[in-house]
Design a protein around this ligand. Sequence first.
Ligand code: NAD
Length: 365
Amino acid sequence: MSENWRVFDYMRKYNYENLYICNDISTGLRAVIAIHDTTLGPAAGGCRMWTYSNEWEAIEDALRLARGMTYKYAAAGVNLGGGKAVIIGDPKKDKTEAILRALGRFIDRLGGIYYTGEDVGTTLKDMEAIYAETRFVITLPEYLGGAGPIAPATAIGVILGMKVAAKKFFGSENLGGLKIGVQGLGAVGSEVVKLLSSEDVELFVTDIDKDKVDYILKNYDAKYVDPEEIYSIEMDIFCPCALGGILNSSTIPKLKCKIVAGSANNQLKEEKDGYEIEKKGILYVPDYIINAGGTIYDTYRLFNPPHNHEKAMGKVYKVKDNVEMVLEIAEKEKIPTFLAADRLAERRIEEAAKAKNIRKRGALE
Ligand code: NAD
């Protein structure tokens, strides 16, 4: 990304609303807040802290991630728009309470058009510092009125999505007897394993962290697979719960699974990989549809305060409908599932825009 990059052209191309550059000399904060689309509601999206090599890279990242959030919320059926904040700096060396609080003051100044949360380089603890300056924070610990950890809700959504995909591919949503490989045994992956252990499946697990693998093997009936081998084993469902970009030109040819259904964000390295996986006859459940359970759970309290665990969990079952709709759109329109996910999001935004126009016309008449 260079200084020749034309920010207004980019914003016009993808229909962005605002871009805020935040500079606070006393704390050293340099941050960018991007607001993509607020048709459905105020923009929301996490705060990333990263060592960008130049400020254009930070601006582009904020814009790109904000647009992703618009699609994620819209497809999930959550009435929020897409936004993102990025702080330029090394989270290990440069992060201070003062910097986070300075960002909190900038967010507060926006008056509720943008809600922040955790992302790469920031933690739930950091959200407490931001929350000291603004109430426009989504991910918060329970003792501050938030929903607390969201991975269990994300994992429930993943299992629901797997069942919809199994019904489509095998004719039954019963996972019993299927071979399922879980990549990554962190917050979400370990919960997925826990939930699958009561479904009588044959489980294969992998992680680069030996302690996490040991914990799972000690507590569940699962077989360990080397991290590099997970792609090529014969399995019915591959469940990526580790890194992004794992569906790419070197892994897709190895895959022997029938379905890919997991929580990892940005699983397709490039758009062409979405077509490649389709060509192989593998049913790919789009990442941002199947991994929205945590988001749905987390944001429920914004519309129905205060946080209520049971009610928020009840909403997570929406993931099932969303996955069903995406698979239906893909079949009807003969398009790959990753494009069908975008269609679902775009339709929901278009519907909301129409509804707003109707109200506006009504007010003028
Ligand atoms: P986490 O950091 O708790 O767990 C990730 C795990 O993946 C770690 O145990 C790590 O050791 C392992 N890992 C890293 N590289 C690996 C490799 N090459 N092979 C095998 N394992 C590897 O993260 P998480 O919160 O469980 O999230 C997992 C994925 O799901 C991420 O992509 C995240 O963005 C996405 N996601 C998470 C949530 C949530 O609720 N936490 C919600 C939506 C999406």
